[in-house]
Design a protein around this ligand. Structure first.
Ligand SMILES: Cc1ncc(COP(=O)(O)O)c(C=O)c1O
Length: 514
């Protein structure tokens, strides 16, 4: 038993939570035992390993384990480790009419379910109002809320009983027409409104694609680093994910061919690679299309934030270069409008449109009709295009404010990679570890992600941060940069001493007058 592998528990700790770290670890392990994720007799990860993995002190994990042992959830075996008990303690709050509570309150999860639940969180959200440098959230305070409310009210007041019934499974016709017009003028592709299927955001769209196009065990290429949300959909469909490296031209197609030449599907973000922020070069796009044709593979193009460009022309989407109908285009209104809207769309091959709609009918119906019709009104009235123009100017200003502040407050420690599109940047760190900076940043109410969080080959990544610049006005970003400088300084002390003691050496060069 002592040689068995320690069981994987999906525990996360949140530095900002009300409960102590020890309590969170205790709760996480206890929950895993009660849910049947951790089985009787299984060995728990050593307190030292768990402490290292969660970035907490060993004393914290030891105390959490001691509590589990004291309450009978686990037992310690001298020299072998800590094991989950075969008999659960009685929980007085859980008396059951059929006798003692069973060891597991319900059957355990599927392997697929466990894999899905283990996909790490994409963002490090502190919660509450937007903070520097939140990823994925646009400038919500600039959204024309009053206009949107007027459009909603008008539709609610004129609603008939028919509007309360099920609508078209592909989505509302007027909205699909507005989207087809927009994509053709803004993204350089051709499609008919019939090919547009409205979904509740990119993630449900991707989920539908994966369920329909993949069989369990199929290989699917994914950009590495890449969007963890895509990873979840692929796993849920039972796909075997093949991480394919990204270089300065985008997805390394030759590397993908070496790793899995007969993959069934590839997920890409060619207009603005997530998270590296680079466009895929034209030769690479053609190489990808050529391989996909030969391998009879699908390409899923996630065009999540390509509307925002700074001093550069729009890059035509991959869908526009595809003569075969093997690229499925995935669009979202989460960045262009607001994420809570939960509306996005697919552009599917004309001959598969009925199949997509039939499959969606089996598992879902359609996103709420009221939201769809209001969005259609917003687009038909020209407000969408106006909003995009306004937001491009606002984001350009935010980006400038952030890069200037980085140069001013973090010079010597941070280099922001050139940015020409999108709503986030990659910032290389010098002389200080990204993971330590992220921890110190969280203590200062900053939302900062290490680049390594998005990759399969974590150890090989550049020592860098991914920083969003869209959700706060320039003042907030400048203030955020000052706090990031302080976090880097604190992290430099931690790294330099190696044991958490601070040194006086600073990685950050402060402006003379600060
Ligand atoms: C690469 C990528 N695709 C898509 C999305 C949007 O997802 P959704 O439309 O489900 O909100 C995001 C959100 O951050 C993203 O980063």
């Amino acid at each position: 038993m002592s040689r068995s592998r320690a069981t994987e528990l999906l525990i996360r700790v949140d530095l900002r939570a009300r409960s102590t770290l020890q309590q969170q670890i205790y709760d996480g392990v206890r929950r895993a035992i009660l849910d049947g994720v951790a089985l009787p007799g299984a060995k728990l990860r050593s307190s030292r390993e768990l402490a290292r993995e969660l970035g907490v002190s060993r004393t914290t994990t030891l105390l959490a384990y001691d509590q589990l042992i004291a309450e009978g959830y686990a037992s310690a075996r001298q020299g072998s480790g800590t094991f989950i008990s075969h008999e659960l303690p009685n929980d007085p709050s859980q008396t059951s009419p059929i006798g003692r509570p069973s060891r597991n309150r319900h059957p355990s999860l599927s392997r697929r379910g466990l894999a899905l639940a283990a996909v790490p969180c994409t963002t490090q959200r502190v919660g509450g109002p937007p903070r520097a440098f939140r990823l994925g959230t646009p400038a919500l305070e600039l959204f024309p809320m009053r206009l949107w409310t007027r459009l909603v009210n008008r539709r609610v007041q004129s609603a008939t009983l028919r509007d309360l019934d099920y609508g078209s499974f592909a989505g509302l016709d007027v909205l699909r027409e507005a989207i087809a017009d927009h994509v053709q003028s803004a993204r350089g592709t051709h499609c008919h409104a019939d090919q547009v299927v409205i979904v509740a955001g990119s993630k449900p769209g991707l989920d539908l694609i994966c369920r329909l196009l993949l069989d369990s065990g199929d290989h699917a290429w994914m950009e590495d680093p890449g969007f963890l949300g895509a990873r979840a959909s692929l796993l849920a469909a039972g796909a075997r994910i093949v991480p394919v490296p990204v270089d300065q031209e985008g997805l390394d197609v030759a590397a993908g061919v070496r790793r899995a030449p007969h993959a069934r599907l590839v997920y890409v973000t060619p207009s603005h690679q997530f998270p590296l922020g680079i466009p895929m070069s034209l030769p690479r796009r053609l190489e990808l299309l050529k391989w996909a044709r030969g391998a009879r593979a699908w390409i899923v193009e996630d065009d999540y934030d390509s509307e925002f460009r700074f001093g550069t022309h729009a890059v035509q989407c991959l869908h526009g270069l595809d003569p075969d109908g093997r690229v499925i285009y995935l669009g979202s209104f989460s960045k262009t409008l607001f994420p809570a809207l939960r509306l996005g769309f697919l552009i599917v091959p004309a001959n598969l449109r009925e199949t997509f709609v039939a499959a969606r009918r089996g598992i879902d119906h359609h996103p709420p009709t009221l939201d769809q019709v209001v969005l259609a009104d917003f687009m038909a009235g020209g407000h969408f295009e106006r909003h995009l123009r306004r937001m491009r100017a606002a984001y350009r200003e935010r980006l400038e404010a952030m890069t200037t502040a980085a140069d001013r407050f973090c010079r010597g420690a941070v280099t922001i990679r050139p940015v020409r599109a999108g709503l986030h940047v990659v910032a290389d760190l010098h002389g200080v570890e990204a993971s330590t900076v992220c921890r110190e940043a969280a203590l200062r109410e900053l939302e900062v992600m290490p680049l390594s969080a998005y990759g399969a080959r974590r150890r090989t990544y550049a020592n860098a941060l991914v920083l969003g610049f869209a959700s706060l006005p320039p003042d907030g970003l400048i203030d955020g940069m000052k706090r990031l400088a302080a976090a880097i300084d604190a992290a430099t002390g931690v790294n330099a001493s190696g044991r958490g003691r601070r040194t006086r050496r600073s990685a950050v060069q402060y402006p003379a007058h600060e």
